[in-house]
Design a protein around this ligand. Structure first.
Ligand code: ZN
Length: 270
């Protein structure tokens, strides 16, 4: 079925994990080392989250009895994937797990930021919740500090809980030299905004038929309302906001609030 495996036949048939990792759509996952899985301490509490826990564990560690009926294998496979995902979320925030994900990040296995100004910054997977079956995985950009949905639907349907809410922020905490440069965040963004406004004015003067704010106004669309609605992503490590980013976000939100107030004033005056 999967011909991507370059290992020998026995490798392929003997290891559930290598089969799982080589399956299409599972490219975001890294290999959880077997001794981590076999240390029951690391799996504390997972027996209440996964049905047929011990058989699912046997399946992913290749210790499952061959006599298990085929119809049960289907159910068991779903539970094994869930169990592997939940173990994976714990593993990638350990030192060895972070190092494995770092290799994938360097190869841009998780894709690149679609925002032009981020200049193809590689992304990192992140969950919006640590509870399974709630939210699919998102991709975090360390440069614009925003999150994006994966391009492919195969990746878009992966459970975010298999990566967890802390992973990318912990990676940057452990490897601070990898934090992408922002070219001086405060001044840079202030300059960009001033530049945008200047350019907009020039355009309007030059081409009177193209006046975007007026156009959108006729459709009953309020820029201020749209800006107010936009939710911001808040990086957290084990539920706590990341200090430096939180500080920057407070400043950015103050700027945004001022901008919204200006927009509201402009819209009132139309
Ligand atoms: Zn970005």
């Amino acid at each position: 079925m999967e011909d991507a495996s370059t290992g020998s036949d026995s490798d392929y048939s003997n290891s559930w994990i290598s089969w799982f990792l080589s399956s299409k759509g599972n490219e975001y996952f890294c290999e959880v080392e077997e001794d981590y899985i076999l240390d029951r301490f690391n799996l504390t509490g997972l027996n209440t989250e996964v049905q047929h826990y011990s058989q699912a564990l046997d399946l992913i560690t290749d210790n499952l009895d061959d006599e298990i009926q085929d119809e049960f294998r289907g159910t068991l496979d779903v539970q094994a994937r869930l169990l592997y995902g939940l173990i994976h979320a714990r593993w990638i925030v350990t030192a060895r797990g972070l190092a494995k994900m770092l290799e994938k990040y360097k190869k841009a296995d998780f894709g690149r930021c679609p925002r032009v100004l981020c200049q193809s910054q590689p992304l990192l997977p992140v969950g919006l919740t640590d509870v399974p079956y709630e939210k699919s995985v998102k991709l975090y950009c360390g440069r614009c500090e925003d999150i994006y949905s994966p391009k492919s639907s195969r990746h878009g349907s992966i459970d975010g809980a298999y990566f967890g809410t802390s992973f990318p922020h912990l990676l940057f905490l452990v490897y601070p030299n990898l934090i992408p440069p922002k070219s001086g965040p405060v001044d840079f963004s202030a300059n960009m905004r001033a530049g945008d406004v200047e350019g907009g004015r020039r355009n309007r003067r030059g081409r009177e038929d193209q006046d975007p704010p007026a156009d959108s106004m006729t459709e009953g669309f309020s820029t201020a309302a749209a800006a107010l609605k936009a939710d911001r992503y808040r990086p957290r490590i084990f539920g706590f906001q990341v200090h430096e980013i939180a500080k920057l976000q407070r400043w950015q939100e103050a700027v945004r609030d001022r901008q919204i107030a200006r927009l509201e004033q402009l819209e009132e005056n139309v």
